[in-house]
Structure formats: structure tokens, C-alpha cells
Design a protein around this ligand. Structure first.
Ligand code: GDP
Ligand code: MN
Length: 380
């Protein structure tokens, strides 16, 4: 579960991690109170509270230098869409003046079973972009849970990635507090990007991204309450409301598949055929007709998808039903532009295939054939 920036910053504040003073604004008539509460001498940052990254580029972060400007920008941001999100909450913050933008992150290394510490002197851009453009300026180490964050190890990394020595003390103490947050909240990811090195010489967490482990939420019911049902992330919406497991990827082949193992295999087979999956959409047992519709709708409306692979195997799930659900869903959506390669196998598969073929779609015998065809269709 991902937290909003303002929620994560409230947590940070409770752990003495420096964050800009902020005030959450929903309606115009709160602006006056917000500006009274904040020190406005260097201006105000207005930040759309949505569960998407890259708000800066999408127009979700703006700066105001007068009350009038603040109210105009509030309207502007509220009427915009960031990613697929409507904006209903905006964080007003004291603008921090930047000397440098740094990066600090903690994630889980699932292979090592340890948290990973990440730091860079090139914050303000995505960590993926840092890794691509300045790999030597992105430092990384795993944290041994027995010892926690060790000063000398962090110092070694900070030196290597070119962070000024004068900041080491602050950087290390923020890292340690962030690590406490990470453990206390059973987080799977926390990022401060940018961690601003201000004109005044302080480090300030200007942005906060934090996701906690869904499987641990039962231990922290107060976090679950933070989840705002109207504004789930797409992944959460698909999972909570349709039992679909969705992972967004970068390629061009939309995958709708049954079961995590088979979906993973589809990823591998697509790669083997020289293609790239656009997503991982797992429709396991008990997906409803609406679920199949939602799966196809999501995949076909995703940018860059040029073909769709539907590969379902049913043991308990009856494929005659799935065949009907698929045909119904495609009809209902109406305007799927991409070609679809379908393979149905398992209980009552023959009947399912007949239903699909009678509706004008081709079914493929084997998993390999269907994948091959999807990759070909995606190319042309
Ligand atoms: P994101 O684009 O969703 O990651 O949103 P951020 O909160 O990281 O803001 C994007 C960019 O806006 C940052 O990298 C900064 O360059 C800038 N920014 C954000 N907050 C401040 C601030 O308080 N002061 C200044 N000067 N720039 C800021
Ligand atoms: Mn950011």
C-alpha cells in the first residue's frame, strides 16, 4: 500500500526527519489559513497529492509567490489530471531553496532478504534515470538486520557518490531515522527524492514516497484507515475490486493470463520470442465477467500496447464460461484496436474455444503458438 506524500511526511516528522512545514488544502477557502500557517518568504510549493510519481513533469508541482498566485495555481492543479488521477488534495509547503538535489532510498532486496540502502548526489530525477545516466553516482548497499545502518559504510558510499563531506553527519542521521521508519512500518520502499541540500546548508526531505507491505497491514490497522477508497492506485483498485493482479511493464504485448506461475512463464516465452510484455495481468480463479472486462479494458487502453495475448488454463475454472466472458467483454468494450491471440486450455476448453472462434477470434493450440503469434502481431 502506497502512502500519500503528506502522510509519509507526517510520519517522517514524527521521527525527526526534517520536512518542509506543510498544510493540506482541499478547498479554496483554506488557502488563507494555509498561508498564515506557513512561512512564505521564499514562496510556496503547491504539490498535487496523487499516488503517482513524476508529478513535477506532469504539472503537479508549482510554486506561488503571492496569495493570488496560490489560488490561481490551486484551481489549475485541481482541474488537471496527473497520470490517471484527479487531484482533490494539494499540499502547500514552504518552498525550500535548492543548492543541490540528493537522493536517499530504502528498498527490499527480496533475494538477499535484506533492506537495501541507496544514495546519490543526483536527486530530482527518477532513480532509474540516475542509474542509467550516472551509474557511478548511485551508491548501494545491503543492510544487515543485526547491525542496522553502520556509519562507516554509509560514509564510504557518500564519498564514492560525491556527496559533500559537510553533509555526512546530517545524511547519516537522516538515514538512520528513515531506517527506523522502514522497520517500524514494515515498509517495502521509502524514497526521499529530492533530499534537498538547502541554501541554508540543511538537508530537507522535499518529497516522500513510501509503500508498506500489504501482508503486514493487519498489524497496523491505522495505516489501512489512511487508505482512501476513492483514490486507490490502479493496482489496488484492480486487486481489491476485481481480484486481478496487475503489474505495469514497459513493453508492447498486453498479457492477460491465468495464474501467477503461468503469467511468469508467459513473460519468459515472450522474451524468448524477442518480444516485450506491456504488463502482467493475472486473472486467477474466480475472476468475474466484470473482471475479465476490466482486465481487457486496462490492457487495451494502455499506451504502447500493439497486441494482446490471452492465455487461460482452467482446472476448477470452466473454460466454456471463460470463453463467454471474454467474448462478452470484448463486445462490451467495443473498440479494442489491438489484435488478440487467444489460447484456452483445461476443463471444457473445446467449448470455450468454439465460443471464441464463432465470435471471430482465432484460438491457438499451444501456449508457445499463442505467444509466437502475439509477438508477430505486435510487430506488424
Ligand atoms: P515528483 O515529480 O512527483 O517526484 O515531485 P517532487 O516533490 O519530487 O517535485 C519535483 C521537483 O520539484 C523536485 O525535484 C524539485 O526540483 C522541485 N521541488 C519540489 N519541492 C521543492 C521545494 O520546496 N523547493 C524547490 N526549490 N523545488 C522543489
Ligand atoms: Mn520526487
Amino acid at each position: 500500500m502506497r502512502l500519500y506524500e503528506y502522510q509519509a511526511k507526517e510520519i517522517f516528522h514524527g521521527y525527526n526527519i526534517p520536512v518542509p512545514r506543510g498544510y493540506l488544502v482541499k478547498e479554496k477557502d483554506q488557502i488563507e489559513d494555509a498561508l498564515k500557517f506557513l512561512n512564505t518568504k521564499d514562496g510556496i510549493a503547491l504539490k498535487a497529492q496523487v499516488l503517482a510519481g513524476g508529478r513535477g513533469k506532469a504539472g503537479g508541482v508549482k510554486f506561488a509567490y503571492s496569495p493570488d498566485e496560490a489560488s490561481a495555481l490551486l484551481e489549475q492543479i485541481k482541474s488537471s489530471e496527473i497520470g490517471a488521477y484527479k487531484v482533490s488534495k494539494i499540499l502547500f509547503e514552504e518552498k525550500v531553496t535548492i543548492q543541490e538535489e540528493l537522493y536517499l532510498g530504502l528498498i527490499i532486496d527480496p533475494v538477499a532478504g535484506q533492506p537495501t540502502f541507496l544514495a546519490s548526489s543526483r536527486g530530482g530525477i527518477d532513480v532509474e534515470e540516475i542509474a542509467r545516466k550516472f551509474p557511478h553516482l548511485l551508491g548501494k548497499m545491503n543492510i544487515d538486520l543485526t547491525y542496522g545502518i553502520l556509519d562507516y559504510k554509509v560514509r564510504e558510499i557518500l564519498t564514492r557518490v560525491g556527496i559533500p563531506k559537510s553533509l555526512f553527519g546530517q545524511f547519516i542521521s537522516i538515514s538512520k531515522r528513515l531506517y527506523e521508519v522502514f522497520l517500524d512500518y514494515e515498509a517495502i520502499l521509502i524514497e526521499i527524492n529530492p533530499l534537498i541540500f538547502s541554501e541554508e546548508g540543511d538537508l530537507v526531505a522535499a518529497d516522500a514516497r513510501m509503500s508498506v507491505d500489504d501482508a503486514a497491514l493487519f498489524r497496523r490497522p491505522e495505516l489501512k484507515e489512511l487508505r482512501d477508497s476513492q483514490e486507490k492506485s490502479l493496482e489496488e483498485h484492480l486487486k481489491d475490486d476485481y481480484q486481478l493482479e496487475f503489474v505495469d511493464l514497459q513493453g508492447n504485448i498486453g498479457v492477460v493470463s491465468g495464474g501467477a506461475g503461468m503469467t511468469m512463464t508467459a513473460m519468459d516465452l515472450i522474451a524468448l520470442e524477442g518480444g516485450k510484455p506491456a504488463c502482467f495481468m493475472d486473472c486467477s480463479a474466480n475472476v468475474s465477467p466484470e473482471g475479465y472486462e476490466m482486465a481487457l479494458r486496462t490492457v487495451s487502453s494502455k499506451e504502447g500496447v500493439s497486441s494482446i495475448l490471452v492465455n487461460i488454463f482452467g482446472g476448477l475454472t470452466r473454460m466454456d464460461q471463460v470463453g463467454e466472458y471474454l467474448v462478452e467483454a470484448i463486445k462490451k468494450i467495443g473498440d479494442i484496436k489491438q489484435p488478440i491471440a487467444i489460447r484456452l486450455e483445461g476443463t471444457n476448453a473445446e467449448q470455450g474455444r468454439r465460443t471464441v472462434e464463432e465470435a471471430g477470434f482465432q484460438c491457438y493450440e499451444t501456449f508457445e503458438e499463442a505467444v509466437k503469434r502475439a509477438v508477430e502481431l505486435g510487430r506488424s
